[in-house]
Design a protein around this ligand. Sequence first.
Ligand code: 5GP
Length: 164
Amino acid sequence: MAEREELTWELFGSASRELAQQVADSGYEPDVILSIARGGLFVAGALGYALDVKNLHVMNVEFYTGVGERLELPVMLPPVPNAVDLTGAKVLVADDVADTGATLKLVRDFCADHVADVRCAVVYEKPWSEVKCEYVWRRTDRWINFAWSKQPPVIRREGQVLDA
Ligand code: 5GP
């Protein structure tokens, strides 16, 4: 078995479509899609089109600094979405993967006080995730190479950490 899971751009096309279908089939009609940058931006954009939701918000959360290397806790980076924009809304949180689930937990807890309902959609979920997402395309216990972060950036910046 391959050491890593590979999500190519082509596979992402069908994965995001199938994920959107799961949301639609469940009857959930989100008012807002909240993406977790940066990987969740791709997922949120694809879900936004497939579910015909134009109201997309972004939260910046930093946790991983390399393959399997992470900070002690995920941290929210500014700008933090205005809670007023989310008040009373049915929110769909979109991310690439729930690994420990700590990032999604932070975002879900942030939403919980304001919103009418919050559910999570991810392309991958790992078995040990502390958040069990309502919508999951695939489950894996391997490290995933995503199409958007597999290659190094085309520029080099001071203090840059590369995803492998
Ligand atoms: P968590 O908070 O669930 O541990 O991880 C959240 C973030 O860590 C993900 O959105 C993703 O950016 C990064 N991450 C976690 N596991 C993987 C993985 O297997 N592959 C890649 N490329 N990133 C990961």
